[in-house]
Design a protein around this ligand. Structure first.
Ligand code: PEP
Length: 331
């Protein structure tokens, strides 16, 4: 898999390839990225700074999906994404939500990270009322236009009314299980943004697409649909989530993820603008956990994470949020 993507990598002039190849020493890394460092506004001597390729703040989102505890989550995932009749023995309950919220409220989270969680719709209100304001709320989906006679759908207006700031759109489970196509997802993004609901725009290839050497083609096609519909990228975070890594325990290597992130940033540079390429956060999703987050976070173009299973455990999610420290270099 790695070789299919690597052979394509040479076709792209990623932003990093325009600069001299950075050395891996701390001093050189600092020098290479100093124009992108977020310096704390303090008169005291600077101790550490976040070194990132983009200019956006580190971002970590938790996608609670349709499950509210870890065991439910994996029971569902490992049954072919619920395509077979799955008995989820004990689906998320108010009690499991209360415990997760309490754990998150007790967590110590680094300051320089945007943190969001995305509960199932039915629990958004209760989570909003009990969760620390440090963490913003996202929906997992939204209707494509203004609310009306669309049975079973949830409108952007309603999400805003109950305090959502974000919505996840284009998640692979909605693309490949529910059947949403690129254009429909692009229209959803445009509508959400028009109503000031910020968007986590998901892209990513399936295993057979990666093996066929189509990783970049697929991601760029999905990017194009978003770009065709989005005029203002200020409130957009891109989540690169290879489908083969979601809920499988098979995380992309830091190099695999970085390679796609560079290519997506380069695509933005060429097809939208250099400013958007620099300021738009590109986060990685797919089996991120407390053990692998730091190595992934060290990659220059990984601006954060979208986390499924591991976001259902408060302390582990906090570890992932705090992996921003792996990006810090001494100044
Ligand atoms: C996701 O669903 O967005 C996701 C990344 O899931 P997981 O972390 O469980 O792979």
């Amino acid at each position: 898999m790695a070789s299919a993507a690597s052979s394509l990598a040479s076709q792209f002039s990623g932003l990093r390839r325009e600069a001299a190849k950075p050395s891996f020493s701390t001093a050189h890394l600092f020098h290479a990225v100093q124009s992108q460092l977020r310096l704390p506004s303090t008169r005291r001597p600077i101790r550490s700074v976040v070194a990132m390729a983009g200019t956006g703040k580190f971002f970590v989102g938790g996608n609670w999906k349709c499950a509210c505890n870890h065991d439910d989550y994996y029971f569902g995932i490992y049954n072919d994404f619920c395509l077979k009749p799955v008995q989820i023995l004990q689906n998320g309950t108010k009690d499991s939500i209360r415990k997760l919220v309490a754990d998150l409220n007790d967590s110590k989270l680094e300051n320089d990270v945007d943190v969001i969680v995305s509960p199932p719709y039915v629990y958004i209100d209760v989570v909003k009322q009990s969760l620390t304001e440090r963490i913003e709320i996202s929906a997992q989906n939204s209707w494509v236009g203004k609310g009306g006679a669309f049975t079973g759908e949830i409108s952007v207006e309603q999400l805003k009314d109950i305090g959502c700031k974000w919505v996840i759109l284009g998640h692979s489970e909605r693309r490949h299980i529910i059947g949403e196509d690129d254009q429909f997802i692009g229209k959803k993004a445009a509508y959400a943004l028009s109503q000031n609901l910020k968007v986590i725009a998901c892209i990513g290839e399936k295993l057979e697409e990666r093996e066929a050497g189509k990783t970049f083609d697929v991601c760029f096609e999905q990017m194009k649909s978003f770009a065709d519909s989005i005029s203002n990228w200020k409130d957009v975070v891109i989540a690169y989530e290879p489908v083969w890594a979601i809920g499988t325990g098979k995380v992309a290597t830091p190099e695999q993820a970085q390679e796609v992130h560079v290519a997506v940033r380069d695509w933005l540079k060429k097809n939208v603008s250099p400013e958007v390429a620099s300021s738009t956060r590109i986060i990685y999703g797919g089996s991120v956990n407390g053990g692998n987050c730091s190595e992934l976070a060290k990659q220059e173009d990984i601006d954060g994470f979208l986390v499924g299973g591991a976001s259902l455990k408060g302390p582990e999610f906090a570890t992932i949020v705090n992996s921003v420290t792996a990006k810090k270099v001494t100044a």
